[in-house]
Design a binder for this molecule. Sequence first.
Ligand SMILES: [Cu+2]
Length: 174
Amino acid sequence: MKNLAYIFMIFGAVFLPLTAAADEPNEYMVNLESLNDSGVTGTAWITVTDGKYLTVEIEATGFEAGKLHPQHIHGLQKPPAKNSTCPTPEADADGDGIVSVGEGLPYYGPIILPLMPFDLVEDDGSLSYYATFTIRPNEFQPLHKRTVVLHGLTIDGTYVPSTPVACGEIFEVE
Ligand SMILES: [Cu+2]
């Protein structure tokens, strides 16, 4: 027992600082810009801690109030992971003036993580979201090749929950 304690003292002293460095959380950010003239803009922050906890925070405004706005991390499937981007107006393949969720797919790819729960947006059209997911090691990586997409828009008097209203590419914060 004495020997074990001695060994721990030596190796603990050597390895603890290294472990601390390796466990530095990875920080990412997203500038969410409007799609489909929704007026929705915002910022998202993503943190991966110990490689197994993914925390997402979103602050956004300009939503239609009292509606449920689905929000996801989207990505183009690997291997190798292509860079997922936000649709341009040219994505409107049928020319109806709206980039539908399907028309945006070639740009941002399928949903890889639904950011649940989808809360009702406040009366002032703002949304504050915070959640932590337990993930498998390296799940959803490379995050810097993913996007965050927010959805839900009334078109011709009908609320379409899937229509993208804001999008942003995830980038790593140094
Ligand atoms: Cu989505």
